[in-house]
Design a protein around this ligand. Sequence first.
Ligand code: G3H
Ligand code: 13P
Ligand code: ZN
Length: 329
Amino acid sequence: MLVPAKIILDHAFANSYAVGAFNVNNMEQVQAIIDAAAQTQSPVIIQVSRGALEYSRMTYLRNLIQAAAEEHPEIPVAMHLDHGNGLEVVKTAIDLGFTSVMIDGSLDETAKKPNTFEQNLAVTQAVLKYARPFGVTVEAELGTLGGIEDGVGSGHINVTDPDEAIEFIAKAPVDSLAIAIGTSHGAYKFSGECKLAYDVLEEIHSRLPEQPIVMHGSSSVPQELIAEINKYGGQMPNARGVDIEALQKAIPHGVAKINVDTDGRLAVTAAIRKVLVEHPEEFDPRKYLGAARDALTEVIALRMQQFGAAGNAPKINQIGLTEAKELYS
Ligand code: G3H
Ligand code: 13P
Ligand code: ZN
């Protein structure tokens, strides 16, 4: 059933596990995610970036995610806008029936620099004011992602400041807060070892003990998938993700949502490359997209288990947006 993310987040937070939030761009990805959730009995957040919204011409992914939720009414599914950058796209998502939105006010994309705290706060407050009457869950981001050791545009200056987090939540009480502790989007996260700023996470959690926290940029970039991609003609040298153990270590410190996109892209790419190289005569898309769907289901089911979400779907009291409005009144 389609539910607001808040009921999943609150359950995950209270029970010390994290819900996986997986990005989608097409039908096979949506199916793989719901299949993995059904197999493992996990609640799930299916998320759509602005790019994915445009790629899918606005309504297609919404309809696919609704179909997934209808196919498995026993699974709590939140339909989430990933990295919304202003009120307009949030309004579009809510009009489309999204049950959860992220307002990422951390970056001024036009100027390609971080927004000020005040700019981020103002846009987040505007989104909260708009979304609350719909019962829609709101995630915000404070700090900017980037490898701690990566140099330009990253480093300690972008790691979330705990003092700012406290002030931000007091003034914009969002349902979940994405913080930056050294992860980054994509397949090249660390040039050396995986290092995260646990001290920052721990301080934020200890000072905001009721606040569900979100980790972005949390793909693990499995080396066997990289090897498979490179074996079948790809070129992804030095790809490196966040160790699963590093994510698991973060979960007891309030991390209730973990975002994974890249691992899914890698699974899909590896499977398609393999089919096309091993069967050059093949031209039926179902053969390689079906293989991609199977490979993706496996990766996602594994993440659901690793994040502790498996088995929790039946324990969640499912409610829709109408009832969720009461949670905010
Ligand atoms: O936040 C980044 C996600 O991986 C979505 O990426 O904007 O290329 O769809 P995208
Ligand atoms: P990855 O690139 O590590 O999968 O991160 C995805 C993400 O944070 C989506 O918002
Ligand atoms: Zn992200």
